[in-house]
Design a protein around this ligand. Sequence first.
Ligand code: MG
Length: 255
Amino acid sequence: MKRRIVSLAAAGLVLAAWCVSALQAEEYLSGIQWARPQVLDPGPPGGPPADAVVLFDGTDMSKWKGAEQWKVQDGYVIAGEGQIESKDVFGDCQVHLEWASAVPAEGSGQGRSNSGVFLMGRYEVQVLDSYDNETYFDGQCGAIYKQRPPLVNVCRPPGEWQTYDIIWKAPRFEDGKLVSPAFITVLQNGVVIQNHFALEGDTPYHRPPAYEPHGDTGPITLQYHGNPVRFRNIWVREIKELGQERVHEPKIVQQ
Ligand code: MG
C-alpha cells in the first residue's frame, strides 16, 4: 500500500513537471508588426530632446508673433503687453516650459502673476502664483481654466523657477462634429496635476466651455494678463503614433 502511494506521488510530480514545461513552450504572438521605435537623444535634463522644436532658448523671440513688448534678458523673457503665439503650429504634442512668478508678489487672487499656456491657441492651462494666494479652485495655478482644478497645489514660492510638462492630445472633428475630446496631462515641478483630463471645450472667462471645430494643428499661446511673469526653456515635440501592421491574428504557438 505504502509503495503504491509513493509511486502515485511520483507520477503526479512527473505530470506537474510536464505541464510546466508545456506551458513554458508556448508563446503568445500579437500578430502586430511594430515599426522600430526611433532612437532619440533626450538631451540634457530638462531637454530639449533632439526632435523638439525649440520655441525659446533664452536668446530671442524670433519663433513668436506679437512679442515686441516681451523683453529678453539673462536667458529668460518677461511677459509684456500683448498675447504671443508661436509661429509653428502643433497637434498632438509634448510641451515643456519653465516659468517664474514676479517678485515681490503683488496683487491677489487672479491678479497675482497671472499668465497662461494655451494649446492650439484656445485651451488654457492656467499660470498663476498660487503660493499662499487664494482664488477659485478651477482658476488657480495648473487648472484647466474654469473646468478642472489641479489635483494638488505644488507651486513654489514667488520668483522660483517652476516647470510645466504638458502632454496634449488634440480634439478630433469629422464633418464639423466632435468625435473625440481633447485630453491633457500636466506635470508641474515633476508632479502630476492633471491626469488625462477630457476637456469640455475651450476655456473662456465669460461663458461655458464649448468646442468649435478647427484644424488639426494650432499655435502655442502665452497670455499677458498684466503681470511680469518670466519664461524660459520652451520646447515642443510633436507626438507621432508608432507605425504598426497586422500580419496575422493573435495566436499562441508551440515552441
Ligand atoms: Mg491666465
